[in-house]
Design a protein around this ligand. Structure first.
Ligand code: NCD
Ligand code: ZN
Length: 359
């Protein structure tokens, strides 16, 4: 009889959106039910720009989370006005772990993002000097560029420029979604990591567009071709600078199922299960070798991100991921609306649970 349970330290999520206000209770507790640490994205309205704002947001998250061992790792939103002194304050703080670059207009709540990469020269130079990570939403915003080519255009343009101009800057290529992006990260491996989402590993543009438009499969960067998906799988399985970041991004149903569908897919309440589901085919599904998959998932979910960010590992709690069916809820409460997760109402083949250490 083959092993049916994977046991790993509680995973980390290196790219997560929690929002704020009356929905924080739902989103933060979902995250805390599956992860130990999470890099919290700063694209609130208004964005989290200063170290003090990040501290206040952290306190609001802490006040609402019912699992005290959950550790939010805060980030700042890079604007045209971010200067070297703000970067140095972030470096000296004990709660900010990176700065997020959104090209203005690229995605949800990016209106305050960079209008030109030139405006960030001072901040980037300070970050390079301090060894402080830059987290990048790597999509061009020129409306004439095909939506499916926007990652490539950003890589060949602004990202290449940043890399040449700041050769030591540490960079996380967030939610990499294309073969071209994967190849670029590979070529910069000495100082660049990449987050990979469960949905970019599980879905292609057929799942978004074929047989009717699926708003709950729409995110940015948009899911791409099978070739791109395979290239992401391969990179995760073979390169140790590719790690888990869900980009779980909650929106109310009324904003998703609307004439201008908001970008974002919600996966936080069951993300370790989704990664197991994405990779099981490479480990012999329908009877996967869970022992080998355990070694890989430990690396991908628990080890590589922490190494990239230079954080300490002190796992106290463990997670068990069982090969056991789980029914995904149709929806979750979300303020005065509801939140529809990926695979709402469907059954997935894994179930995860945090196991507290013996007292
Ligand atoms: C994210 C969101 O909703 O905040 N949306 C998304 O489609 N991924 C923003 C982002 O990470 O691009
Ligand atoms: Zn995101």
């Amino acid at each position: 009889m083959k092993e049916r349970t994977i046991r790993i330290p509680v995973p980390d999520d290196w790219h997560l959106h929690l929002r704020d206000g009356d929905v924080l209770d739902v989103t933060a507790n979902h995250a805390a039910s599956r992860c130990r640490r999470a890099i919290i994205m700063p694209n609130l309205k208004p964005p989290v720009v200063t170290v003090e704002e990040a501290r206040d947001y952290l306190e609001r998250i802490r006040a609402t989370v019912r699992r005290p061992s959950f550790e939010p790792l805060m980030t700042l939103y890079l604007t045209d006005r971010t200067d070297a002194s703000q970067i140095r304050k972030a470096v000296q703080s004990d709660h900010v772990f990176g700065v997020k670059l959104y090209p203005a207009g690229a995605t949800t709540n990016s209106e305050h993002g960079l209008t030109s990469i030139q405006k960030a020269k001072e901040a980037l130079a300070a970050m390079e000097e301090e060894g402080f990570p830059l987290l990048v939403h790597a999509e061009a915003t020129d409306p004439s560029i095909d939506v499916f080519d926007r990652e490539k255009a950003f890589v060949d343009g602004d990202l290449d420029w940043i890399c040449q101009r700041f050769p030591k800057l540490r960079i996380v290529f967030e939610h990499v979604s294309s073969r071209h992006g994967v190849e670029f990260v590979r070529s910069e491996s000495n100082r660049m990591g990449a987050t990979v989402t469960p949905h970019h590993l599980l879905l292609t543009r057929n799942d978004l567009l074929a047989g009717g438009l699926k708003p709950h499969h729409y995110c940015l960067p948009v899911v791409k071709t099978e070739e791109d998906r395979q290239s992401l799988m391969e990179a995760c399985l073979t390169l140790d600078n590719f790690f888990a970041g869900t980009d779980s991004a909650p929106h109310p149903r009324s904003k998703k199922e609307s004439h201008s569908c908001a970008a974002g897919i919600y996966t936080a309440p069951f993300f370790p299960e989704l990664y197991a589901m994405a990779f099981e085919h490479r480990f012999g599904a329908p009877e996967p070798d869970l022992e080998s998959m355990e070694g890989f998932l430990r690396d991908f979910l628990c080890v590589r991100g922490e190494r990239f960010y230079g954080l300490k590992s002190s796992a106290q709690e463990y997670m068990e991921i069982r090969r056991k069916d789980q029914q995904i809820p149709d929806h979750y409460p979300f303020g005065d609306d509801v939140l529809i997760p990926l695979y709402a109402g469907k059954t997935i083949p894994y179930t995860a649970e945090i196991i507290a250490p013996a007292p």
